[in-house]
Design a protein around this ligand. Structure first.
Ligand code: HGY
Ligand code: MN
Ligand code: MN
Length: 416
């Protein structure tokens, strides 16, 4: 099949315009970072932007029972090729993470019409990929892949801003979480899925490549460690009489670093959240909660780190006369991409004439959940110095345009 060369300048300009629009004040709850998440006006404004743009080019737009956007140019259940990502953001987010993927998918839908390709397409913009609303990453795609239970959805997920249960918040926003199981039907009939995304690391930049073809996504485990001590006077309590939970946290943070390094295999461990109660300068803490985010391309390696740091926390707390609870939030296994889709992307990306690299993703993506039932792969766009989950995140629409051309041609080959 002849490679279709698109007008990359026009595509880059449209992508740049979409990204700038979606970085405006109506689309973020923060003046510096991009901050938008499920069931907020800013998220609704962004979702509505995509719905309008897609309806304007003849797509029907719906939402699954919890609010994931689904747009089609063919009737439900008919074979289609899936494209998309997420447009919610990290609470300290940048313009590009997730949103660029949905914008690129929208641009693919535009080009499909303009070039009269007639490709059957289904665009998905997943709810709550970042977990910024409820602390639950990949929530929309886990619901679609049925990687959550009704009990979890009803009982153990709470809005970070208000403490309100997820279920109640979804209902108040006009959705029907009771029908959450029907969300899996969205994936029916999909012959493949490609998620465009910024790399969120600096391999493409440092190796001079313009397109990344992702062949595997690292797995992860998320958990909270609650250390229980005793609140006491900071001045009057002698050092020997203290049950200070912050000492256990300090030892665990350094031990996690040691364990992750020792595990090798690109294993990483992060303590991103530390919550001290009562958090007063002149009071010894009573309780401290800290988060664990442990990942890697080999499940046994990072899960081994999770096992060892949990044991370490218990051992160090006991040695200091305190107790610990380790509560797992969720886990998603390391996920290989589909070889045929990876090969089609490699061929199409090579045909763009730009340098291409096949690589794995250290970041998690909704594609991990789609992969259960649909052949999947991802395409990375370089991002400046690998910075992400930061307002300093930056990427080039011109690079995204090359990736769009590659994906369009790969889908043409896969659907033919
Ligand atoms: O954290 C992640 O891997 C994703 O960016 N939410
Ligand atoms: Mn993302
Ligand atoms: Mn992210």
């Amino acid at each position: 099949m002849e490679h279709l060369r698109i007008d990359r300048q026009r595509t880059a300009a449209r992508i740049g315009r979409d990204i700038e629009t979606l970085s405006g004040p109506a689309h973020t709850r923060d003046a510096v970072a991009i901050r938008r998440y499920a069931y907020t006006p800013e998220y609704a404004a962004t979702d509505a932007y995509f719905a309008r743009e897609l309806e304007a080019i003849g797509f029907t737009v719906e939402h699954d029972p919890v609010g994931t956007l689904v747009a089609r140019n063919v009737p439900k259940g008919m074979p289609a090729f899936g494209i998309g990502s997420h447009c919610d953001s990290n609470r300290n987010g940048g313009k590009w993470d997730g949103t660029l993927g949905v914008v690129m998918a929208l641009e693919l839908c535009r080009l499909n019409g303009e070039h009269g390709l007639g490709l059957p397409l289904q665009l998905i913009s997943f709810l709550e990929e970042e977990g910024s609303g409820f602390g639950q990453m990949l929530l929309g795609s886990r619901i679609m892949a049925q990687r959550a239970t009704e009990e979890q959805l009803r009982e153990s997920m709470f809005e970070l801003d208000t403490g309100r249960p997820f279920w109640e918040t979804a209902v108040a926003a006009g959705y029907e979480p009771a029908r959450w199981r029907e969300s899996q039907r969205v994936l029916d009939g999909l012959i493949g899925w490609i998620e465009p995304h910024i790399e969120q690391a600096r391999v493409l930049q440092d190796t001079g490549n313009r397109v990344g073809v992702v062949n595997a996504i690292a797995g992860y485990v998320h958990a909270d460690v609650h250390v229980h001590g005793r609140d006491d006077h900071a001045g009057a309590t002698p050092m020997d009489f203290r049950l200070d939970p912050t000492t256990v946290v300090a030892e665990c943070v350094l031990e996690l670093e040691r364990l992750a390094r020792a595990a090798g295999n690109a294993t990483v461990g992060t303590v991103g959240e530390i919550e001290v109660h009562p958090s007063l300068i002149n009071a010894i803490a009573r309780d401290v909660r800290f988060s664990l985010d442990i990942r890697g391309p080999r499940d046994e390696a990072y899960l081994g780190v999770f096992r060892d740091i949990s044991a370490f926390a218990h051992e160090r707390a006991a040695a200091r006369g305190m107790t610990v609870d380790v509560v797992e939030r969720q886990r998603n296994p390391a996920t290989p991409m589909d070889a045929a889709i990876v090969a089609a992307l490699e061929a199409a990306a090579a045909a763009t004439g730009e340098p291409v690299l096949t690589m794995h993703s250290g970041a998690a993506h909704d594609t991990m959940c789609v992969a259960d039932s649909v052949p999947t792969a991802m395409v990375f766009v370089p991002c400046k110095d690998g910075i992400s989950h930061s307002p300093a995140e930056d990427a080039q629409p011109e690079d995204a345009a090359v990736a769009v051309e590659a994906i369009l041609n790969a889908i043409r080959a896969l659907v033919a």
